[in-house]
Ligand binder design. Sequence first.
Ligand SMILES: Cc1cc2nc3c(=O)[nH]c(=O)nc-3n(C[C@H](O)[C@H](O)[C@H](O)COP(=O)(O)O)c2cc1C
Length: 399
Amino acid sequence: MRSPIARSSPQSIADYREAARRALPKMVFDFFDGGGGSESTLTHNREAFDAKRLIGSAPVDVSVRSQEQTLFGKTHSMPLIIGPTGLASAAWPKGDVALARAAGRASIPFVMSTAGTCTQQEVARAGGGTRWMQLYLFKNRDFSARLVDKAEALGFEAIEVTVDNAVAGKRLRDARNGFSLPLRWTPAKIADLVRHPAWALRMARSGGPRLEVMASELGLEANDTIAEVMDSQLDPSVNWTDIARLRDRWKKPLIVKGVLDPRQVEKAIAIGVDGLVISNHGGRQLDGAVATIDVLPEFVTAAKGRLTLLLDSGIRTGSDIARALALGADAVQIGRATLYALATGGEDAVFHALGLLRHELDIVQAMVGAARIEDFHPGMIHTPMASPPDFPLPVAIAG
Ligand SMILES: Cc1cc2nc3c(=O)[nH]c(=O)nc-3n(C[C@H](O)[C@H](O)[C@H](O)COP(=O)(O)O)c2cc1C
């Protein structure tokens, strides 16, 4: 994959995170980077991936390798999806379009957020890739229904309805930073802005981020924090009956995003849901939530191949993608990984970051002996033995 990004550019998502930290004013970086409450889930998401250790199984013939994966009848270049992230244009002007274009160039799906900062029309027109629409079932159900109908008319190919937002998570960093919409400037923030002139100039030229999808129809109050904006719209009454109604309205693939309880699998199947995103919202919602990689095996057991299982929350490397595939995910979604890249160089940087993940996954494939995505299996993850092996100690030590 050719990329216009120079060789000295970030070489990992961790590098992109540091580059984003330098490129963005603190309150904007914190909005993207932060989690809910004590951020214990945010931290734990990484710990849980790191605790799963891969087993290399050389020698296996891996001379010809492929990452192609078919989801809902359509084949993509790799088992990766750019997931929905609100307020992307706070990272880069027309952020949603930039993400959509990069995903299109990489031949992977892009999921547009209801909290999007471009219109559905703009994203639909952005390149020829696969577009899915993320949906919040807001108190104003007419608004949500209109989004679904527009998604249909504009050729979006799937809906991901997010269910882990009964209320907005408590984001302490945003509250402490006074991160609001539109951005509200205090002397301290202006000083921070002066330290980030390139970002400030880009925002000044583009007019700054606006929740385009929501703003036109919902009459948002100026100077609300993001949590206040979301809380004013989110509907804590949402339940499986609403998903069933959505199923009646939307005939293409329907995916429920934000499940952590494998007992929900049967309900989803009964309603006719096509896929689940096992997600803790990247640690932004339920503080103390279980890591998705830890519940994935239970979902696989419950689903018995009847549902497409996607997973997100904490994916930063190709090795993380491999671990999720080995434990039974059909594909993974990313949120922050591509946002960090977006903040540093727009579409080209996002495309470059996708290339890094593709290369990292390829290396893991070669080393674990998974020439194709379907070759991944749970035996590639080391399972500690329940009790120590029953071998006698060597005599010299035991004596
Ligand atoms: C800044 C930001 C905004 C997000 N906005 C949305 C959103 O509008 N809708 C949604 O369903 N999920 C949203 N998410 C959650 C992501 O879709 C995804 O679940 C999460 O980022 C995955 O974790 P990761 O960032 O560790 O990859 C957002 C995440 C971030 C970081």
